[in-house]
Design a protein around this ligand. Structure first.
Ligand code: A3P
Length: 293
């Protein structure tokens, strides 16, 4: 059977993460850490590859040095009790990395290890509209063996709106990080903007990282990080991840990579219910999303 999730401060998280929580909370950040922050399925893999390509100044071979999920330690990834194909915990992987490090997290603001704030790290947040996130998360939970079974689409629709999914409600996640940018060094990007004009958004990332690539190299980064190229790149498409962790014959990790796929899933009635609930949950923020391009 599929594993259940555990809970920390009302936020659902993988059980292993919950049992290692005190170690994760005492994570020691370094001032030159760059932390990639996302709600699950918002475009984490995409921004990771962009950041790595910029760091490696467009050197493909250097980016291909390891599968992407091994290049940037996942802060709250705790090694499950049984031997794991995914290697040491995120905390241990991060400790072993020389500075400057790039790390990844899905944690909401309120659960982030305090050291990241204290060390004044750079945060790169990617947000994706709730409807496409829900659809992408649903398909991911269908094929992921480390998260609960999502049930039917109508069931998952309710589960997601109630925030009863891993890493908690989408709504508080995006609002929390949007607010954090007023007091911390946060570059806040949108998946939809990245789809619309990847070059423009990659330039923002470069500037934020203080890396300046020439036009030819920038074009190379744009090309290499397009969905079409990434879906066939075995170093990013999780091709090597064993069937006990994900079964990509059910739904590929690089699934569709578009804006507006929710229209193929939401019924008219669901859309109405969703919009009313959304409006209530998002009244207290200036943050807005595009649901289509
Ligand atoms: P879909 O399921 O809608 O296709 P994450 O990396 O945070 O898990 O997010 C996964 C989502 O980002 C998936 O969305 C995936 O296809 C999409 N994605 C991955 N690489 C992408 C790229 N280069 N361009 C656009 N979307 C990408």
């Amino acid at each position: 059977g599929r594993p259940e999730l555990g809970e920390v401060e009302g936020i659902l998280l993988p059980k292993a993460t919950c049992s290692e929580w005190s170690r994760i909370q005492s994570f020691q950040a370094r001032p030159d850490d760059l932390l990639i922050c996302t709600y699950p399925k918002a475009g984490t893999t995409w921004i990771q590859e962009i950041v790595d390509m910029i760091q490696q100044e467009g050197d493909l071979d250097k980016c291909q040095r390891a599968p992407l999920h091994h290049r940037h330690p996942f802060v709250e990834w705790a090694r499950p009790p049984q031997p794991s194909e995914l290697g040491p915990s995120g905390v241990d992987q991060a400790k072993a990395l020389p500075s400057p490090r790039t790390l990844k997290t899905h944690l909401p603001v309120k659960l982030l290890p305090p050291s990241f704030w204290e060390q004044n790290c750079k945060f790169l947040y990617v947000a994706r509209n709730a409807k496409d996130c829900m659809v992408s998360y649903y398909h991911f939970q269908r094929m992921s063996k480390v998260l609960p079974d999502p049930g039917s689409w109508p069931e998952y629709f309710q589960t997601f709106m109630a925030g009863r999914v891993g890493w908690g409600p989408w709504y508080n996640h995006v609002k929390g990080w949007w607010k954090a940018k007023d007091s911390h060094c946060v570059l806040f990007l949108f998946y939809e903007d990245m789809k619309e004009d990847p070059k423009r958004e990659i330039r923002k990332v470069m500037q934020f990282m203080g890396k300046y690539l020439d036009e030819t190299t920038l074009d190379k980064v744009v090309h290499h990080t397009s969905f079409e190229i990434m879906k066939d790149n075995h170093m990013v498409n999780r091709a090597g991840v064993p069937l006990t962790i994900m079964d990509q014959s059910i739904s590929p990790f690089m699934r569709k990579g578009t804006v507006g796929d929710w229209k193929n899933h939401f019924t008219v009635a669901q859309n109405e219910i969703f919009d009313i609930d959304y409006k209530n949950k998002m009244v207290d923020t200036s943050l807005t999303f595009r649901m289509e391009l």
